[in-house]
Design a protein around this ligand. Structure first.
Ligand code: F6R
Length: 608
């Protein structure tokens, strides 16, 4: 997704912008640009491609002198990735520069309107209408012009704006697209995400919907859409700068795979007190928990996969019916709610547009919404009735690993807490489960210790055309994630199937040597899985099995076996996913793919 950085202060702006944009590269982008004011003129350089191109074109920023500037990395939505569609965009007299994240939904109407007034457009973007509309309304009062534009545009935006006749000022505004401001010792910054400013400051302001910000070298002023000044307090960010860097690993993804034992511990241990589950953020009485009639779990991608897994845990332990929905589907169907329905939304970024829309839709209908979110202060976190944070820390690699693992932990804890409140499990069972949960970080470490074995196996499959993942019950949920991890970063076609469903079509795709990864961690489904493995093996498949230590019988039906340590049947996902993450990673590395930034993907999907 697009990234914004703005700086006004004592330093030359362009190098600060390049540095900040580099910290946002993980969001995914196809072009980059900067606008810098030297006090009289605004100069713009922008180009399709990586930041390296922008760096070269501006000689590391030297060719854009000045102390006030805005920068942008664009992920194409309106108009193809190209130099002309890259941001910043200017008005015709080149006195106003704009960078924008989000989508102006009524841009075609506005464009037509402006064209009728004599404005000429030089890009295909929705953003350019903002530059021309600002021009139309600007009569020397930036705040007034921005407010008028905000009243005209529909959709989502985080905007960074400069006016050439206001050289000591920069402006920003937002609606439904993340934006923060940072107060540094030698100036002030705006950014679409915290890592962009961490090098300069830890004091950060979260800009809320329909707020406007005026930045000067030594001041930050916030206004609402009516132009009234707002008082705001900064939040001090606790992350270490190094937490947002690779720490010696070749890729952020591998670093984050290795951070999983810590992320799981950080998410779990503060919520286990004196052998009991205590989720402070859960503002629900036992009585309210007992009254829950149904749970919807709504999310996208991997977060959705944790929901598929959690369904088994909630239903099995707490005996509450659960429906799991893709957020992009949920928002357009007509789900049936009652006053005791609980909607759980799961999101790493807390900004995923479809998940946010589902949350809003449910809230509109009076449904209580609980968010499981990683990014503190994100839109989903702010708008949910209750939010439980996954303390995974910043996740940079586009393919999620540690956020996924921590989402599972929160879901286990919630299901156990609900089961306790509803009296559907004994205290002894909960006690045993807590002991198993506590062992997970160490067990994940043990699995990571065997990474070379998986690397050797993965190297054999870098030329594979199709790879299938099969499982039953909870193992189907693991298969979904294993398959997504592989395909999104290695570009190898892969599908996950409920193993019993194979013979209803998919089995015709199996050819001599096709790799089928079979996940069988559930004791009650073990024998059925063996039969399904035999079915595909007799049709030529090569079987990689992931099972629990002790299940040696599986070796008769598989060609290669990975064992995971013993744990509670509901927690096997947390362990089985580790070798599957490593497998996907090593296949992608072996193929020379851009593991951290797979083509066409973005870390935070803030468009529908
Ligand atoms: C896959 C992946 C995506 C996200 C999905 C939801 O590795 O990362 O499938 O899980 O885009 O994103 P969040 O969790 O930010 O809502």
């Amino acid at each position: 997704m697009c990234g914004i950085v703005g700086y006004i202060g004592k330093q030359q702006a362009a190098p600060v912008l390049l540095d900040g944009l580099a910290k946002l590269e993980y969001r995914g982008y196809d072009s980059a640009g900067m606008a810098v004011s030297d006090g009289a003129t605004i100069r713009v350089t922008k180009a399709r491609g990586r930041l390296k191109v922008l760096n070269e074109l501006t000689h590391g920023g030297e060719l854009l002198p000045g102390h006030c500037g805005i920068g942008h990395t664009r992920w194409a939505t309106h108009g193809i990735p190209s130099d002309k569609n890259a941001h910043p965009h200017l008005n015709e007299s080149e006195t106003i520069a704009v960078v924008h994240n989000g989508i102006i939904e009524n841009y075609l109407k506005l464009k037509k309107n402006l064209e009728e007034k004599g404005y000429h457009f030089s890009s295909d973007t929705d953003t350019e209408v903002v530059a021309h509309l600002l021009d139309y309304y600007y009569k020397g009062d930036p705040l007034d012009a921005i407010r008028r534009v905000m009243h005209r545009v529909e959709g989502s935006y985080a905007l960074g704006i400069m006016f050439s006749d206001r050289p000591g000022e920069m402006y920003a505004a937002r609606k439904d697209s993340p934006l923060i401001a940072g107060q540094a010792s030698d100036g002030n910054l705006i950014a679409s995400d915290v890592p962009a400013v961490l090098k300069y400051t830890r004091d950060v302001y979260f800009i809320q919907n329909e707020e406007i910000l005026c930045l000067k070298e030594d001041s930050l002023k916030f206004f609402n859409i009516d132009g009234e000044e707002l008082a705001k307090e900064p939040v001090t960010i606790q992350w270490d700068v190094s937490a947002a860097e690779k720490a010696g690993y070749e890729h952020f993804m591998m670093k984050e795979i290795y951070e999983q034992p810590k992320a799981v511990t950080d998410t779990l241990s503060p919520r286990i007190k004196d052998g009991k589950i205590e989720i402070e953020e859960l503002n629900m009485t036992d009585e309210e928990i007992r009254q829950i009639s149904k749970i919807y779990i709504v999310a996208c991608g991997s977060a959705y996969h944790t929901g598929v897994s959690a369904k088994y845990v909630f239903e099995g332990l707490a005996r509450i019916p659960v429906e799991v929905d893709l957020a992009s589907e949920f928002r357009y169907r007509d789900p049936i709610f009652d006053e005791h329905t609980l909607l759980i939304v799961v999101s790493q970024s807390g900004e995923t547009a479809d998940t946010l829309a589902a949350l809003r839709e449910a809230k509109k209908q009076g449904v209580r919404v609980l968010g499981i979110v990683n990014v503190v202060g994100s839109s989903i976190a702010r708008e949910a009735d209750d939010v439980i944070y996954t303390w995974a820390g910043p996740e940079i690699a586009v393919a999620t690993t540690k956020a996924y693992s921590t989402q599972l932990i929160v879901e286990y804890l919630l299901a156990m807490k609900f089961a306790q409140a509803r009296g559907t499990v004994t205290e002894d069972t909960i006690h045993e489960m807590i002991e198993d949960l506590k062992k997970l970080p160490e067990q994940i470490e043990m699995l990571l210790d065997h990474k070379e074995k998986i690397q050797r196996f993965a190297n054999r499959y870098i030329a594979a055309k199709d790879i299938f993942f099969i499982g039953r019950g909870l193992d189907y949920a693991i298969s979904l994630e294993g398959s997504l991890k592989l395909k999104e970063i290695s570009y190898i076609h892969s599908e996950a199937y409920a193993a019993g469903e194979l013979k209803h079509g998919t089995i015709s795709l199996i050819e001599e040597g096709t790799l089928v990864a079979a996940v069988l961690t559930q004791e009650d489904l073990y024998k059925k899985m063996i039969s399904n493995m035999v079915e595909v093996r007799t049709r030529g498949a090569f079987i990689l099995a992931v099972t629990v230590v002790g299940n040696t019988e599986v070796e008769k039906a598989a060609d290669y076996v990975i064992y995971i340590p013993k744990t509670n049947k509901y927690f096997t996902n947390s362990l089985a996913v580790i070798p599957l993450q490593l497998f996907g990673y090593y296949v992608a590395v072996g193929k020379g793919c851009d593991v951290d930034k797979p083509r066409n993907l973005a870390k935070s999907v803030t468009v529908e």
